[in-house]
Design a protein around this ligand. Structure first.
Ligand code: CDT
Length: 311
């Protein structure tokens, strides 16, 4: 029997620094209305959905960036989104900058059930970029300055009738992200991203390459773990800085079943059958039968290559 999750990947176009949370939440609600009209029961928004991608801006005094963070969730500004989701019976996931009561800063995302209850939280593990202002780069990417590495690991949740996991942006490039969830039987991974369309350290790596790496990562993660992957962009030009689009949904066979071709607010809806994960999980990626853990120790023992070889 089919286990269908009709998911809406809700891409956000650019959010300028001057745009307030209330305005962004109104845009998110408009996307939710469209998703509901198209039959979706689960909506996924991007990483840091409520604000501009602020880690591109350097600030000497880190505490001056706290206004980009949410000290409570739901907050006054996001409560209307939670209310609308509950009224529609719509489950949702979105990313935001989290400031904990004891002063920790995380790049987080949440799973919210159809009653508007937060049932899962994930904190980004693989923070890209750098800590200090880097004059060598064409633009800054200061996630390592403003966030701490997440402390959640990669849990999966019983959610919407299946096993659901979350990742955030750069996490999607790392096979470990999917495999840790795959080893818990994950059936759908949802993730948001803010990806500059040019590599700040290699200008020749532009939009085509960036989209290629994005698709490659999501498709490989999906196929090698027999899971759906829903990847949602914040896209377009934010205060002169371009973020690529490429919101897409990948099936457990690694094939892209839908992709947005613009950089504005928009939804991509697909009825995902979680039972499509079964064939891969019971055959070529039946981990229990085929994995050889005796040879994988380096994966957790070592972070990087030891001595540089061959040069
Ligand atoms: N937000 C985020 O993680 N962006 C990264 C850019 C990496 S370049 C320093 C990404 O992986 O898309």
């Amino acid at each position: 029997m089919a286990r269908i999750v009709t998911v809406a990947a809700a891409q956000l176009g650019p959010i300028q620094q001057a745009e307030g949370r209330q305005s962004v939440v109104a845009r998110m609600i408009a996307l939710m209305e469209e998703a509901h009209a198209k039959g979706a029961t689960f909506i996924v928004y991007p990483e840091l959905a409520l604000t501009t991608f602020f880690p591109r801006w350097y600030e000497e005094d880190r505490s001056k960036m706290d206004h980009w963070f949410e000290a409570a969730m739901p907050s006054a500004a996001t409560q209307p989104l939670f209310d609308k989701a509950r009224a529609f019976g719509m489950a949702m996931s979105f990313g935001y900058a989290e400031l904990t009561p004891d002063g920790h800063h995380f790049n987080s995302s949440i799973l919210v059930d159809r009653n508007g209850t937060i049932v899962g939280k994930y904190r980004k593990t693989h923070l890209p970029g750098h800590v200090e202002f880097d004059t060598e780069r064409s633009h800054q990417h200061l996630e390592k300055r403003y966030f701490e590495p997440g402390d959640t690991g990669f849990p999966v949740w019983n959610f919407e009738g299946g096993l659901m996991g979350m990742a955030i942006c750069n996490d999607r490039r790392w096979p470990e992200t999917y495999r840790v969830m795959g080893l818990q039987g994950v059936e759908m991974v949802v993730l948001g991203f803010n990806t500059p369309s040019v590599n700040s350290q290699r200008g020749a790596e532009g939009l085509d390459d960036r989209l290629f790496h994005h698709r490659l990562s999501c498709q490989a993660g999906a196929y090698q773990n027999a899971t759906w992957v829903v990847a949602v962009a914040k896209a377009g030009t934010e205060d002169g800085n371009h973020l690529m689009g490429g919101t897409l949904i990948v099936d457990p066979n690694g094939k892209i079943v839908g992709e947005l071709d613009h950089e504005d607010d928009g939804v991509l809806v697909h009825a995902c059958d979680l039972d499509d994960t079964v064939f891969g999980k019971e055959t070529i990626f039946d981990f229990k039968r085929h994995r050889r853990t005796e040879h994988y120790g380096l994966i957790t023992e070592r972070t990087g290559v030891g001595a540089p070889l061959g040069r």
